[in-house]
Design a protein around this ligand. Structure first.
Ligand code: IPM
Ligand code: MG
Length: 369
């Protein structure tokens, strides 16, 4: 038996209930494939605040550092909205990204054939859509200094954030994007606002330089972020890999996610630099949030979390067969007509979170023979 240390942070809202469906897959792997995950769990976000008074504690961080990979649910909710900024659930997530140096956030926007009609765009615009957004995750305006809110001598208040990127930060994320493009369709769109921002000018120059020196065979186009938002809803299939900064990536990935029918379908991987053994620190999480309005009702879509687990199998554990098996099970279950509420269509069968999870495992069983 191979052992893999997996740390689960279910978080808030629908986090725990979608994560419970991953546990079914983990159990299946142990039973049917003799793959034992050494699973530990911890708290993050509001759940951690309620218990420890902080959205991510040092003790939990230590456990996380000892793990091979982390699977995260979601953080946040109205219950914690009035907390001081530094104690808000989101700060736990941002600390996790920063402390593990997870600079590369991979957000694939992939449209399953069965869900073509669930998209808000016309079917012909999204059928076959397969975009990879590579979002820089540990720099830019999310972390730039100075930041804060100050009171001016005249009594007015002033809020400041700083958009900042260094050459090495740009080069390492662009390198990830070009590398991925090589395994896909050899096209990269690099997205910034070089028409307005110096950090965007630098971004454009460094991406171009890296391209010319190391990836001349890849088709590179530069695009302003506003235009990219427009193109994503006008003709999304023109994109293969999009590489962009932290804030633009946050916005554009929500937009791209919606093209696929529901935020509830989209997985993500956040990766650090490879160490001497080629191993990267990694956190896998659905792109959707904690959805407090539907939490605890057993109606949330667990597929984004299950697909995040599949990304983990692929990127952290090199378990390509198992990743494909899980992804194929998702596809087949959708083809078979099962839907959670967020992707419900007329003529399909509406199922709960639990039934969706059970159906995926049953399908894996069938596929594995
Ligand atoms: C995301 C989320 C986070 C972000 C929030 C919850 C801090 O929107 O992962 O896209 O802005 O990065
Ligand atoms: Mg976001």
């Amino acid at each position: 038996m191979t052992t893999k240390k997996l740390f689960i942070l279910a978080g808030d809202g629908i986090g725990p209930e979608v994560m419970a469906q991953v546990q079914r897959v983990i159990d299946w792997m142990a039973k049917k494939r003799h793959i034992a995950f050494d699973v530990a769990e911890g708290l993050i976000g509001g759940a951690s605040y309620d218990r420890f008074g902080h959205p991510l504690t040092d003790e939990t961080m230590q456990d996380i550092f000892a793990a091979d990979a982390v699977l995260l649910g979601a953080v946040g909710g109205p219950k914690w909205d009035s907390l001081p900024f530094e104690l808000k659930p989101e700060r736990g997530l941002l600390r996790l990204r920063k402390d593990l140096e997870l600079f590369a956030n991979l957000r694939p926007a992939f449209v399953f054939d069965a869900l073509v009609d669930a998209s808000s765009l016309k079917p012909e615009l999204v059928k076959g859509l397969d975009i990879m957004i590579v979002r820089e995750l540990t720099g830019g305006v999310y972390f730039g200094q100075p930041r804060g809110i100050e009171t001016l001598p005249n009594g007015e208040r002033r809020g400041v954030n700083t958009q900042v990127y260094t050459t090495s930060e740009i080069v390492r994320i662009a390198d990830v994007a070009f590398d991925l493009a090589k395994k896909r369709h050899n096209r990269v769109h690099s997205v910034e606002k070089a028409n307005v921002m110096e950090s965007g000018v630098l971004w454009r120059e460094e991406v171009q330089k890296l391209h010319d020196a190391k990836f001349p065979g890849i088709e590179l186009q530069h695009m302003y972020a506003d235009n990219c938002a427009m193109q994503l809803v006008r003709a999304p299939k023109q994109f293969d890999v999009i590489v962009t900064d932290n804030l633009f990536g946050d916005i554009l990935s929500d937009c791209a996610a919606m093209l696929t029918g529901s935020l509830g379908m989209l997985p993500s991987a956040s990766l650090g630099a490879a160490d001497a053994n080629g191993h990267r620190k990694a956190v896998y999480e659905p792109v959707h949030g904690s959805a407090p309005d539907i939490a605890g009702k057993d109606i949330a879509n667990p597929l984004a979390t299950l697909l995040s687990f599949a990304m983990m199998l692929r990127y952290s554990f090199d378990m390509m067969d198992e990743a494909e098996l899980l992804e194929r099970a998702v596809k087949n279950v959708l083809d078979g007509g099962l839907r959670t509420g967020d992707i419900m269509q007329t003529g399909k069968a509406k199922v709960s979170t639990t039934v969706m999870g059970e159906s995926i495992v049953r399908e894996m069983d069938k596929l594995a023979g």
